[in-house]
Design a protein around this ligand. Sequence first.
Ligand code: ATP
Length: 436
Amino acid sequence: MKIVSSEMKNVLPTAHLKILNAAVDLSQQMDTDLYLVGGCVRDIMLGLNESEFDIDLTGSSIDRGFATTLAEKLNGAVTSSSVFGTHKLSVPVGLDNNLEIDLARCRSETYKNPGALPDVDSGDIFQDLDRRDFSIAAMCIVLRSPKNQGWQYGQLIDPHCGYDDLINKQLRVLHKNSFIDDPTRMFRLIRYSCRLGFDIEESTRKTFESSVNWVTNISGDRVRHELEKIFEEKEVGLILYTCVKLGLLPAFFTELSCDHLKEFRDMLYSDSLDQDRVEFWLGLFAINADKTQLEYLSQTLNLSSKQNNVINDLCALNEQLKQNEESLVADNLKRSDIYKFLLGYNLTAIRICAATTSNKSIKTLLEIYLNSLINTNLYLSGEDLISLGMSKGPEIGELLNDLLYAKLDGQLESADQEIQFVKDHIFNLKDGINLD
Ligand code: ATP
């Protein structure tokens, strides 16, 4: 028997331990067994206390009432509930931080059709662990024992020998149909293997190889969802590289070559991508695509309009960069020329070109645009131009553009110089009547 309550104390932040205590109190009141499951158990057993923990709880009698009462006790709220008896809670921890808790009734799953969602039924904790993807994810920690077991708080339940696999740093599926039942597990396998630095156990690798073509049985939405999770990983480049190397992405994208993704093997998660992370990485799939392949990518993954905009702009920009390569690398190219050329293209598309072009001069000018030109602002506004004597109308916009181009080219450095530029312009308009 393995009791891991001291590992829990060592690894889990105090806020998490408080949440677990509240859940245990409630499980006593509501008389249900209760377990900590999922990645949190894996990370506790690995002693990974630097990661951000999700809390994933399961128990045979967990229901909406349990979820609502726990949320109330923790000053949080139930944010969603599903027909499968799963509930998501959001609870405040610290000043402006919220933690997500997943609560679920123990369940069993059966797969009638490969790649389709399973039929779900109530079950006990063993059935709940049996339905999981890898042995290291099929362990749980007892928070409250069922009456017929006499387990202790903190006891590790490990029917599939996941702890041994953790020690041996390997990922192992629970049965040979695992990837056929749910081909998304192949993406998960590679993601965890790269994240944790774990090997793929030998029979699991064989199972992977013989199941890889089943990936076409899953919907584009589910694959996109798996890709989105990959884009959140630190080793995103390595994961995509491995997905190509092991034939998973080529098996799914039958009409789009993914080979070029191998070149991005060393690319890591970047905070700077922020809201456009998914678009950036999806864009990398499209850098060599022609129009038909773009359409294919968009339909296969059911891309959003924001995502489509990026890949379409990327394709158009690549084309324009090729066509204008000579003039863009010319010595007399002004900063305002770069600005005029790139203005209007989606910024993420430009970022993708900057990250992937092999032409150093083009890379430099794209970076100048992203890091400097688009952040250049005038001191004067349209209102200021009117106060200086310009009449309302389209000329205001044109003059603001001219001002900006002059500023980009280093001709205007101060507000006074901008004012003088406008006065000179008005003077020229009025055929030489100086307003000074
Ligand atoms: P992390 O959040 O660190 O990526 P996790 O293991 O908690 O890891 P989740 O995707 O939150 O990942 O899944 C929670 C648990 O649900 C997993 O540990 C696993 O046991 C189970 N699980 C998730 N997806 C699947 C799947 N496709 N097939 C089988 N079990 C799954």
